[in-house]
Write a protein that binds this ligand. Structure first.
Ligand SMILES: Cc1cc2nc3c(=O)[nH]c(=O)nc-3n(C[C@H](O)[C@H](O)[C@H](O)COP(=O)(O)OP(=O)(O)OC[C@H]3O[C@@H](n4cnc5c(N)ncnc54)[C@H](O)[C@@H]3O)c2cc1C
Length: 305
């Protein structure tokens, strides 16, 4: 089916870092902003697929139009070394961009080493960790709203919170391009920092296994919990999962990593249902043990009431 200049493909696999899950019943690959606007006309509820590094797709697949921002202008990078500005299309992969910026003598992004993401997905999730978060570098975001308007949202209007970006009046913004402000610096020092960040990640996380990184958000405690933390503090979900005795627990082909309790890794034959089952089981055990409710960090598509 072709709707003006947008080709809609049917029953296409969705590549995710879990390496399992259902298909996109309808999928489009726009290459410019006008085509994204057309996609919104086709389905204002559309889902944007980034690098699939924080995504679980239910086995039955996704009813909404799935939009992949990869080609054309969404894969382009412009670097203005003098102004310290890197402008990247939403589909540009973060690890490659870190190297490009370092090569150009622009520093900052090396703090985000070891995070698989598209730039769009990284900004929407405010990806980061012990060494910083992408929101620290964002100057402006371009996007398409669910009403089909093209907007530029300046930094001042974006609220970056823990694993979340709020684009003011533009809820559900489809991010198409991001301007990042970096500082001129020493490429060798930035490369050394990147290696340090990567080494830390390899030591603490199962980077070689299929997973979507942290499964649950680190919760804020509603009350003091003995041996865990005081009311109002944000505590590690991985620590709670570990203390609840869940490391190594399996449902079908899904397993709580023995290296990092908040990473759920998948084995051959794993289904999205296995991962959802494991998420339910672990969340239940943590609630029973500590009275703490865990909420998913991974985006879950295709679960309908
Ligand atoms: C091994 C491993 C390690 C990880 N380590 C970290 C870490 O240290 N810190 C961290 O924060 N995360 C980490 N993650 C999770 C993941 O890297 C981040 O959440 C990342 O931001 C996901 O980006 P993505 O492009 O893959 O988004 P996807 O997984 O494709 O999508 C995630 C969500 O973002 C939305 N989205 C994606 N692109 C756009 C867009 N252009 N416009 C609007 N919405 C969009 C999707 O619709 C979806 O809701 C890790 C994941 C893995 C597999």
């Amino acid at each position: 089916m072709t709707i003006p200049d947008i080709t809609i493909l049917h029953d296409q696999p969705i590549r995710t870092w879990f390496n399992c899950g259902g298909v996109a019943h309808r999928l489009a690959r726009p290459v410019n902003v006008q085509e994204v606007v057309r996609c919104v006309e086709v389905d204002a509820q559309l889902r944007v697929l980034g690098d699939g590094a924080n995504l679980l797709v239910a086995d039955g697949g996704v009813r909404e139009l799935v939009v992949v921002l990869e080609g054309g202008e969404f894969g382009r990078v412009e670097i203005d070394r003098e102004r310290g500005v890197v402008s990247a299309g939403a589909g540009v992969k973060l690890p490659g961009l870190i190297h490009e910026a370092i090569k150009a003598g622009l520093c900052g992004l090396e703090n985000l080493g070891g995070i698989p993401a598209s730039i769009g997905g990284a900004v929407v999730m405010n990806a980061g960790g012990a060494f910083g978060q992408i929101g620290d570098y964002v100057l402006a975001v371009q996007g398409v709203t669910r009403r089909g308007e093209c907007v530029v949202v300046p930094r001042e209007e974006i609220r970056f919170d823990y694993r979340h970006a709020d684009f003011g009046g533009h809820a559900g913004l489809i991010v198409t391009r991001v301007d990042l402000g970096l500082v001129k610096g020493d490429s060798a020092a930035a490369r050394a920092k990147l290696l340090e960040v990567m080494a830390y990640k390899k030591r603490t996380q199962p980077m070689a296994a299929y997973s979507a990184g942290c499964t649950f958000k680190n919760p804020v405690l509603g009350a003091d919990v003995a041996g865990v933390g005081v009311a109002g503090s944000r505590v590690s979900a991985g620590m709670l999962i570990d203390k609840a005795g869940c490391k190594g627990v399996r449902v079908g082909g899904a397993e709580v990593s023995v290296q990092h309790g908040n990473f759920f890794v998948t084995h051959p034959g794993c289904t999205a249902g296995d991962i959802l089952g494991l998420m339910g089981l672990v969340a239940r055990r943590v609630r029973e043990e500590f009275g703490v409710v865990l909420s998913a960090e991974v985006a879950v598509w295709g679960v309908y009431d």
